[in-house]
Write a protein of this length. Structure first.
Length: 323
């Protein structure tokens, strides 16, 4: 009887020491699983939708990561609420694509303070201690376009400018780049219209309609993203007066690349959502498994023109973005 009691006590002690096989178990890392929240800026934004889809596809390659995608709907309050919900629901890592970096900053700080890994992307929110980032260089994204435009835009040209949301890191840096790399070097160029269209195609169309009515000519559209550039093109697509109008964007969306192929847009800079997604999941996995404590990394920014558009059309076809 004494021997039997000893065996029972030993068995109970063994069971009480067992831990569940999840992210917080501290057991065999190969048996752990991690909950990751991806909070998109706005699924109505063509690039944001492309990136969210790419992140979902890339996450399928990681057996130990369960990804949930949420739509911020281009609304700061909505996005901030989603970040707070991710904290409450104890996600292991939260990826935030900000609508307005400064509006999301305190909420990303809350993620870090809760002991949860945080990554900001497209655009990064800088200087949050403990947070990582995966992004591009927005100054250079605009700069490769702007430096080409110095030679392409005719003398004494009239141009219009479509900006992204005020306070957005990408929007502000791209506009600064156009100023320093183009406008400061081409004082002959006159800006006849400039508005914030919030990355939105419909808003850009409304502004372009007003500018077409108010000006006898528009030689170039300088847009901080492809979605707004495509909106400007849509307004004048059937007007022969604008057949030689130059149009610049950023992102390399399927719509923009096809417009460049048709000669309706001049150039864009590729912000490769597939490359961003690949780096986001690789960064997530390294943080979650303890391989790294903090990571800040960038992707490249190749220029897409009519001469090389076919190369990027093939890339987008393989991805299913172009049929």
């Amino acid at each position: 009887m004494i021997a039997l009691c000893a065996l029972i006590l030993a068995a109970c002690s063994s069971n009480n020491g067992a831990a569940p096989s999840n992210a917080s178990s501290g057991g065999d890392p190969s048996s752990q699983s991690y909950k990751v929240a991806y909070i998109a800026r706005a699924q109505s934004d063509s690039f944001a939708a492309w990136l969210a889809n790419a992140v979902e596809e890339e996450a399928e390659k990681y057996e130990d990561i369960k990804l949930d995608v949420f739509d911020g709907e281009a609304n700061d309050e909505k996005e901030n609420s989603l970040i707070e919900n991710a904290i409450t629901n104890k996600y292991d890592l939260v990826i935030v694509q900000p609508n307005n970096g400064e509006a999301q900053r305190p909420y990303v700080e809350k993620v870090v303070q809760a002991g949860i890994f945080a990554i900001t992307t497209n655009a990064r929110i800088s200087d949050i201690e403990g947070a990582s980032s995966v992004d591009a260089q927005p100054y250079e994204q605009a700069g490769v376009n702007a430096r080409a435009a110095v030679e392409q835009v005719p003398q004494n040209a009239k141009v219009v400018v479509l900006q992204g949301p005020s306070g957005n890191f990408h929007a502000d840096e791209r506009r600064r780049s156009w100023q320093e790399e183009f406008f400061d070097k081409r004082p002959d160029v006159q800006i006849v219209g400039e508005q914030i269209a919030n990355w939105n195609k419909d808003e850009a169309m409304r502004y372009m309609e007003d500018w077409v009515q108010a000006n006898d000519k528009i030689d170039a559209v300088i847009s901080m993203n492809d979605n707004m550039a495509a909106g400007a093109v849509e307004v004048v697509k059937d007007n022969p007066k604008y057949k030689d109008m130059l149009v610049y964007g950023v992102d390399g969306t399927a719509e923009a690349v096809l417009l460049i192929k048709e000669g309706k847009m001049t150039s864009t800079t590729l912000q490769n959502a597939f490359e961003l997604a690949e780096k986001l999941l690789d960064t997530s996995h390294k943080l979650l498994t303890g391989e790294e404590e903090q990571i800040d990394t960038d992707i490249g920014n190749p220029l897409i023109t009519k001469e090389n558009a076919d190369e990027y059309i093939e890339l987008l076809k393989k991805a299913g973005a172009i049929q």
